[in-house]
Design a binder for this molecule. Structure first.
Ligand SMILES: [Zn+2]
Ligand SMILES: [Zn+2]
Length: 236
């Protein structure tokens, strides 16, 4: 009943553009067609999608050069002009709506990782904080996934030690330097991390730099393994 009234007052809009749709948390047909869900083939380690099949054990150029500190990375969507809006939506969509839409996407893309993990940990507040946002979009995604799989979430297991510049526009080397040593674990949760397989959650993975630094901190605190699941993955 309330939903019906709200739908009249605030007609449901496409998650990606502003056109009207039949239900909250869905996309119009045009936007659906433009969103690229990541499917194999991809790098067996970081999950970077490949344009051509390269064999089941193939690694991407970045992973060949240096393996990340996390074991496996997976993402639901390719980060591009079309999915950008969906990621930015984390700024203004309400949490229930996001959980209903993004939770299943994450659960599907990360099914293998979810099955082996003990606990979900979000990447702490992001470069986007400088725009003045006070909440953590990675934590929203962590809880969205939690609703799908019931793995526990420790929202403050990682602490960001310093402001880092936005990763956008930086060279690969500069991205690593930018986030190097930027994270540590929260001593309050150290017992809960020991020997655990952790599923690290972020909104976008550009290079594996941020995830690698978070993972390094978690492993140093005694975690057994860290895997990474993101809503979107930059491919260029
Ligand atoms: Zn649309
Ligand atoms: Zn890779």
């Amino acid at each position: 009943m309330l939903t019906k009234i709200l739908d009249i007052v605030f007609p449901p809009q496409c998650l990606s553009c502003d056109s009207m749709v039949t239900a909250q948390g869905t996309m119009c047909q045009t936007c659906w067609q433009q969103v690229h869900f990541i499917t194999p083939p991809f790098c067996r380690c970081c999950g970077l999608p490949f344009d051509f099949a390269m064999g089941e054990d193939a690694l991407c150029a970045e992973c060949i050069q240096q393996l990340p500190t996390f074991a496996q990375g997976r993402a639901a969507l390719r980060y591009n002009e079309h999915s950008k809006g969906l990621v930015l939506k984390l700024k203004y969509a309400d949490q229930t709506q996001l959980a209903a839409t993004y939770g299943p996407w994450l659960a599907r893309a990360g099914a293998e990782l979810v099955a082996m993990s003990d606990v979900i940990i979000p990447v702490p507040l992001h470069y986007w904080r400088f725009v003045g946002r006070r909440y953590n979009q990675s934590a929203l995604l962590a809880y969205a996934l939690h609703k799908q799989c019931a793995l526990p979430v420790i929202p403050d297991a990682l602490i960001r030690l310093r402001h880092t510049a936005p990763q956008t526009g930086l060279s690969r080397r500069a991205r690593y330097d930018n986030v190097k040593g930027a994270f540590r674990t929260n001593p309050r949760h150290s017992e809960e991390l020991k020997g655990k397989i952790i599923l690290l959650i972020d909104d976008v993975m550009t290079t594996s730099a941020t995830a690698s630094q978070c993972s390094k901190a978690l492993l140093a605190a005694g975690a057994m393994q860290v895997n990474v699941l993101t809503l979107a993955r930059a491919t260029a």
